[in-house]
Design a protein around this ligand. Sequence first.
Ligand SMILES: Nc1nc2c(ncn2[C@@H]2O[C@H](COP(=O)(O)OP(=O)(O)OP(=O)(O)O)[C@@H](O)[C@H]2O)c(=O)[nH]1
Length: 232
Amino acid sequence: MHELKLEQALSLLQHAGYPLPSLSDAPVQTVLQALIDGLCDLSLRDALTGLPNRRHFRAVVEREIDRVARTGESALLLVIDIDHFKHVNDTHGHAAGDLVIQTIGQRLAECVRPMDTVARFGGEEFAMVLPNCHPAYGEAVAERIRRTVEGHAIRLPSGQEIHVTVSVGGAFAPQWVRSSAALWTERADLQLYCAKTEGRNRVCLEQSVVSSVSSEEKCMLFGVTTWDDSLE
Ligand SMILES: Nc1nc2c(ncn2[C@@H]2O[C@H](COP(=O)(O)OP(=O)(O)OP(=O)(O)O)[C@@H](O)[C@H]2O)c(=O)[nH]1
């Protein structure tokens, strides 16, 4: 039988601060289960902020799409990007930039309900899914997030305080219709692009809840690979 090489996984988890049972005291099955749980958790988290990573977020979005299609409740997806972040790195250094990303991640997580998911999407971009968020409140929620970031300075290790802003794009899940994580995110991304081009530090939400269905969504809905217009 081959020898199990666990040291690398153990040291990875210990480094990340996961409590692990001792190899010499605990039954091997307990140690292996703790290792598997720890590695699964680690693979779903962003290392810098501790927030869910893109992989985790995608799974959450897919679950939410299922829920919306089953219940008809509305849900909002927001993508949030720090404005002129390159300037932060260039002026204060990469370590200060990392601190800004961590702080913004924390503030975003504090802004929302426990049922909402905030993830780091990559670089200086975050994403949120807000289940059961009525379209009448979407703008107010996104505005609150934008204002929270704008209104709180970030203290750098040098003692200097800086202000950053974020641009926010959002789209509601199409109700009663199967969609895909990629299509929903793409719609929110398009709104983020609008917020950036309209001057940054602003919120752009897709205007109405999409009740029209794209041809890709029709294919998913009716289980056909190419959409035939005569089905309309
Ligand atoms: N410190 C730090 N910087 C990062 C990280 N990931 C990406 N960046 C930097 O983020 C910057 C993003 O710059 P751009 O894509 O030009 O965007 P921006 O300067 O924020 O401009 P706008 O988004 O158009 O407002 C780049 O300089 C990347 O190097 C990270 O994990 N840490």
